[in-house]
Ligand binder design. Structure first.
Ligand SMILES: N[C@@H](CCC(=O)N[C@@H](CS)C(=O)NCC(=O)O)C(=O)O
Length: 266
């Protein structure tokens, strides 16, 4: 049995859900409400000591880190292969899955914190956020989180993250051009493309798709990714997407008993 502990609007979880969907695998969902700090509950920490999502449990074996989970699933369920079978392409794929985690994901976190997470204060009010944050074992980090969600957005950080993101997209454009496209490894759709999809999805929901204006091959790749049924089924539904530039916070304060894990609109 495959079990996935996840939250919907998380690029790392989205990546793993895409792999599961590409391989037509059934899985049992354990939803985590990250806004309520449920990933810091002791029962989840017993599975994932980092208190991060996703966590995969396959026949009782616990596998951590989205990239590792993706390769694990690819090896075990190898009928539909998502890792190239030649060394050179495999290395290229891994460079991009690495770069997604090491560079692109942190840039997305900066942008999301500034343009999405800060809306939580407006939605729930600081009192509720403070209440949930008591679950967090590291109160030093909590103070940092509460300070960041209640601070005005930091335009310098946003601009710097966008500039660096565009720089990475130019590298990606070059890679797609060299491979012949449409994917990172040419005609082979791989875990590299699967890792980049949720990152570009977040860029779209941050209303920043203009970052692809100068990289038409990357823009085309993202359009192609969005046509895949696996990507569509792995994507968060509207109610589970965080509030952000494309999803306004409701005008009245959101109740703490809104359906679990959702970010309700009106
Ligand atoms: N390297 C880890 C990173 C996991 C990660 O940072 N997950 C985010 C969601 S995409 C998370 O759990 N964030 C909650 C938090 O930081 O408290 C992976 O790929 O699984």
């Amino acid at each position: 049995m495959i079990e996935l502990y996840h939250f919907w609007d998380s690029p790392c979880c989205f990546k793993v859900r895409t792999v599961l969907a590409e391989k037509n695998l059934e899985w049992k969902a354990h939803l985590i409400a990250s806004v309520q700090f449920d990933h810091f509950k002791p029962e989840y920490q017993a599975l994932n000591p980092h208190s991060l999502a996703p966590t995969l449990v396959h026949d009782g074996r616990v596998i951590l880190h989205s990239g590792v989970i993706a390769e694990y699933l690819d090896e075990i369920f190898s009928d539909i292969g998502l890792v190239p079978n030649n060394s050179e392409d495999r290395a290229i794929m891994r460079q991009w899955t690495h770069d997604e985690q090491a560079y692109l994901f942190p840039l997305i976190v900066t942008l999301s914190f500034n343009l999405m997470m800060t809306l939580r204060e407006k939605a729930y009010g600081m009192e509720q956020l403070r209440e949930w944050s008591k679950r967090h074992p590291d109160q030093n980090k909590v103070q940092d989180y509460l300070r960041r969600v209640s601070s005005p957005k930091d335009q310098d950080s946003i601009d710097a993250a966008i500039e660096k993101f565009i720089w990475h997209m130019k590298r990606l454009e070059k890679q797609i051009s060299e491979s012949g496209g449409p994917w990172v490894c040419g005609e082979f759709y791989s875990l590299a493309d699967i890792s980049l999809g949720p990152i570009l999805d977040r860029i779209e929901h941050l209303d920043l798709l203009h970052v692809l204006d100068k990289t038409p091959r990357v823009a085309e790749m993202y359009d192609q990714i969005k046509t895949r049924l696996a990507f569509q089924s792995a994507a968060p539904e509207h109610d589970y997407r965080m509030w952000g530039p494309k999803k306004p916070v409701p005008k009245t304060q959101v109740s703490s008993d809104a359906p679990y894990g959702t970010f309700p609109s009106e």
